[in-house]
Design a protein around this ligand. Structure first.
Ligand SMILES: *Cc1c(COP(=O)(O)O)cnc(C)c1O
Length: 401
């Protein structure tokens, strides 16, 4: 518990205090060699993170947004195409799609899991698309553009139901780029392959973010692409570094999107703790699940099937009284978050796209009802008890009346 008795939504200070000596060593080593860009720390991190994700290749980049963008370009997605994702996500997902010159379009979520509903993906193709006989690609009838890729977002630490997504991707010739920015270490049991799959190993490529608040966070910006395709990895590595195949030989036009070596070194230190941190999050989620049981009429717990192992980037409940409950918790010194209050299709940035309220009802309902409770490694059972007592108080006084 913090000295003032408040419970923060997330505690980023304690882990850095605990790892301070090791993290300072990383900086010192970098100062001694002045190797700030690329080099053995970046390569070492890429090797270790690929292994962590059960992927063959990892390319460290500047951010999760760059990871999504470079993954799409490296996979061959380009201008004039449509890329499908969900509207219940952080805007970076659609920014990356727009910035490769493609048009984002949406498939609504499954309201229980908050991830892409594969049945709605199927319906999208059956309703809106026809196959172009010349290219074999599926073209959106109204928008007159081919739909070439899908970006399932593994939201809150839980993977998307990938078996049916991969099946539809094969049927409709789609590239699959996982947005795994909230899912470092998440797993999904594929019935089709009869084995557990890790986030970052399932699609043609995947994008991770190491923004400080993520399950694996840098002390600054960072991101990575994972893939099992050598050519895709090579292309992504060129894109992050001005399209160079070797110094001053620019085969393509790229970007300045590198992961720097101090961040890579810091991420290597933290990666060693990630399995333990993820387990602490899972343990915290089990405790919340148990404590929230008696309140299940008013506060709906995360939907967790046995074929999914979430890493609980966030612990998200749903309630009709979301705004009032958030205020009650805030008054009691308990931090919470809303991920996300405005669906991407209703953001002002996309006013010209023609989307309107009612287009994606499950997403819109989630935006009105979701509340993220305090969740971080090191959250104590006493803190969790206090959170739930405060919620019970609210339910007893507010929800019943
Ligand atoms: C954090 C996040 C991103 C973007 O990552 P950055 O490193 O901030 O660019 C993309 N998608 C989702 C779902 C995220 O949570």
């Amino acid at each position: 518990m913090t000295p003032n008795g408040k419970i923060p939504f997330v505690d980023l200070v304690t882990p850095h205090r605990e790892l301070e000596a090791e993290l300072l060593d990383v900086c010192k080593r970098a100062f001694q060699t002045a190797g700030f860009i690329g080099g053995p720390e970046v390569e070492g991190f890429e090797r270790e993170f690929a292994e962590f994700c059960d992927a063959q290749f990892c390319v460290g980049v500047n951010s999760g947004t760059d990871a999504l963008r470079f993954a799409l370009v490296a996979a061959g997605v380009g201008p004039g195409e449509i890329v499908l994702t969900v509207p219940h996500t952080f805007i970076a997902t659609t920014e990356a799609i727009s910035q490769v010159g493609a048009r984002p379009d949406f498939v609504d979520i499954d309201g229980r899991t908050f991830t892409m509903d594969p049945e709605k993906l199927r319906r999208y193709f059956e309703t809106h698309c026809v196959q172009d006989q010349a290219t074999g690609r599926y073209v959106h009838k109204k928008l007159a553009k081919p739909v070439t890729a899908v970006v399932p977002v593994h939201l809150y630490g839980q993977m998307t139901d990938m078996d049916p997504i991969l099946e539809l991707a094969a049927q409709y010739k789609l590239t699959v780029v996982e947005d795994a920015c909230q899912a470092h270490g998440a797993e999904y049991f594929s019935k089709k392959q009869n084995r557990w799959l890790k986030a970052g190993s399932v699609g043609d490529a995947a994008a991770f973010s190491f923004y400080p608040g993520k399950n694996l966070g840098a002390c600054g910006e960072g991101g990575a692409i994972t893939t099992n395709q050598r050519d895709l990895a090579r292309k992504a590595a060129m894109l992050r570094d001005h399209g160079q195949s070797k110094k001053y030989y620019h085969d393509i036009e790229g970007y300045n999107g590198r992961l720097d070596s101090i961040q890579a070194g810091i991420l290597r230190v933290k990666l060693r703790h990630l399995p333990k941190w993820n387990e602490e999050r899972r343990q915290g989620a089990r405790i919340y699940d148990e404590l929230l049981k008696p309140l299940s009429e008013n506060v709906i717990r995360p939907h967790q099937l046995s074929s999914f192992k979430s890493v609980y980037h966030l612990y998200v409940v749903r309630t009709q009284f979301r705004d009032e409950l958030q205020k009650h918790l805030s008054d009691a010194g308990i931090g919470t978050g809303i991920h996300y209050p405005i669906p991407v299709h209703l953001q002002a940035a996309y006013a010209s796209m023609g989307w309107k309220r009612g287009d994606f009802p499950e997403t819109e309902l989630a935006a009105d009802h979701v509340l993220s409770l305090p969740m971080f490694p090191g959250l104590t059972e006493a803190q969790q008890n206090k959170v739930i007592e405060t919620i019970s108080e609210f339910v007893a006084s507010y929800a019943v009346n």
